[in-house]
Design a protein around this ligand. Structure first.
Ligand SMILES: Nc1nc2c(ncn2[C@@H]2O[C@H](COP(=O)(O)OP(=O)(O)OP(=O)(O)O)[C@@H](O)[C@H]2O)c(=O)[nH]1
Ligand SMILES: [Mg+2]
Length: 218
């Protein structure tokens, strides 16, 4: 996708603040500090539109970024940050779950994992939860530049095995630093968005509903 325009729309703390535009949404989930905001910046080739930080816990709301008039990236709060109080973590958990379960424009969740380490317990819970609930997802292993290229496939294998991913399930190897994986990820996003449009068109072509005789008889 050619990104002509990218703008920050809102930090939403609840459904009443979600933007009204009926645009496809691509959400980013992952541990705090894993590189979600950096990934957005790389995808749109902007240094600092999504705020990044070396301190975990930076993104605490749903941050909406509008890309052209085509889609939103939704940067979700990172999970698994121990220094956040338990009660606050529970609120975040409910908030994210509510968004993921009930958001009609959500087309795809990018589950961002650090390529260097086996997925954490929280990563596994998130992966299992998305799968169980039938939310379309793509695993993205980022920070690839932090290990040598010769080690990439070994680490991809560990991620796939730890999450118990099936062969057909998608995984994109990524580096926000180098730009590795950017084109592949855009292709997947575009595919997922156009799939929905095709389905809507097919629905539109369905046979008209059969008339119900009861209505006439009455
Ligand atoms: N070398 C390298 N560093 C990265 C990469 N992606 C992110 N980082 C660094 O990792 C740190 C965290 O990145 P963020 O993008 O802020 O992470 P986040 O997941 O948005 O974090 P929260 O908002 O706290 O949940 C920053 O210092 C980034 O520069 C990458 O692909 N390569
Ligand atoms: Mg962030």
């Amino acid at each position: 996708m050619k990104v002509n325009q990218a703008e920050f729309i809102i930090s939403a703390v609840g459904p009443s603040q979600y933007p009204p535009d009926a645009l496809p949404e691509i959400a980013l989930a992952g541990r705090s500090n894993v590189g979600k905001s950096s990934l957005i910046n790389r995808m749109i080739q902007r240094k600092n539109l999504a705020r990044t930080s070396s301190k975990p816990g930076k993104t605490q709301q749903l941050n909406y970024y509008k890309i052209n008039s085509d889609l939103f990236f939704v940067d979700l709060p990172g999970y698994g940050y121990a220094q956040v109080s338990k009660s606050k973590r529970e609120i975040w958990g409910k908030f994210i779950e509510q968004y993921l379960m009930h958001h009609e424009y959500l087309k795809l969740v990018l589950l961002i994992i650090d390529l260097r380490h086996p997925p954490s317990k929280d990563d596994q819970i998130m992966y299992d939860w998305l799968k169980h609930n039938g939310v379309p997802m793509c695993v993205v292993t980022t920070k690839a530049d932090k290990i040598t290229k010769g080690q990439w496939q070994k680490h991809v294998k560990i991620v796939r095995e730890t999450l118990r991913m099936e062969k057909h399930e998608r995984l994109v190897l990524f580096s926000s630093e180098l730009g590795v994986g950017k084109d592949e990820l855009w292709e997947i996003i575009e595919q997922e968005i156009s799939k929905e449009i095709e389905e809507e068109l097919e629905e539109g072509l369905e046979e008209p509903e059969e008339p119900v005789l009861n209505d006439i008889i009455e």
